[in-house]
Design a protein around this ligand. Structure first.
Ligand SMILES: [Fe+2]
Length: 239
């Protein structure tokens, strides 16, 4: 049974005091501060299983259309003309999503990073598909997010993600500050990132389904252009 306690602060975040998900929260927090992302954390098997079962039954909306689609989890294929299809109802429809998003260890990291008055501002999952006609699509290019003055995301892979599945990529350390040039260039192409000596080598996040990581996406990041479909879930916390 889920036990969700009202969080004692004036926000919309609740603490689910269930199992320990993160064994060393100090290590994860230090990684996040230093590099803008954490190493992969394996989410509990039952939570993953529940979320995947839920994902099989839920519908996904294309980027530019109102139509909702069922997407076959075992054998996904692009149901329309978009490259992303999102589900924005998972927090209210799947208890195991709450168990994860409001897990005490997750919230502890959020509080360390964002201070006590943070909120959950979004939670959704999406399928990404190879670009139509294999054309390159700028939506898979490097960029940084400017969702609020300070925010933090968790990403959870819901399918196995290898180099062909559109793994998430981050340029370590770029979450800390932006030069004037960077302020003017929220999107950069691969060459601009790879040829710039100020940037460390981009980190490619591959991992089996159930891999979760924290990331401050004020850092330059991208989803690699996928060859195979990928299902991912994200929750975003913000001051
Ligand atoms: Fe982004």
């Amino acid at each position: 049974m889920i036990r969700i306690y009202p969080f004692f602060r004036e926000n919309n975040v609740y603490i689910y005091s269930g199992e320990n998900i993160i064994h060393d929260t100090n290590k994860i927090y230090s990684e996040l501060l230093e590099s803008g992302y954490s190493s992969n954390i394996k989410i509990p098997y039952q939570i993953l299983k529940d979320i995947i079962e839920y994902s099989k039954l839920s519908k996904y909306k294309g980027q530019y259309g109102e139509k909702n689609y069922l997407i076959n989890y075992e054998n996904p294929s692009n149901p329309g003309n978009d490259i992303w299809y999102g589900n924005y109802n998972l927090l209210k429809e799947c208890d195991s999503v709450k168990k994860l998003v409001f897990n005490k260890d997750v919230l502890k990291i959020c509080e360390s990073y964002l201070g006590p008055k943070f909120k959950l501002i979004s939670c959704h999952s999406w399928w990404s598909f190879p670009p139509l006609n294999n054309k390159s699509n700028h939506q898979y290019g490097y960029h940084y997010d400017i969702d609020s003055p300070k925010f933090l995301k968790i990403f959870i892979y819901l399918t196995d993600v290898d180099l062909d599945s559109g793994p998430h990529v981050i340029v370590p350390g770029t979450h800390k500050r932006k030069s004037i040039k960077e302020k003017l260039n929220r999107r950069l192409n691969d060459m601009q990132i790879e040829s710039n000596k100020n940037y460390n080598n981009p980190i490619i996040k591959i991992g089996p389904k159930g891999s979760m990581f924290f990331e401050d996406t004020f850092a330059y990041h991208k989803g690699t252009t996928p060859v195979k479909p990928r299902l991912i879930m994200q929750a975003e916390y913000s001051i």
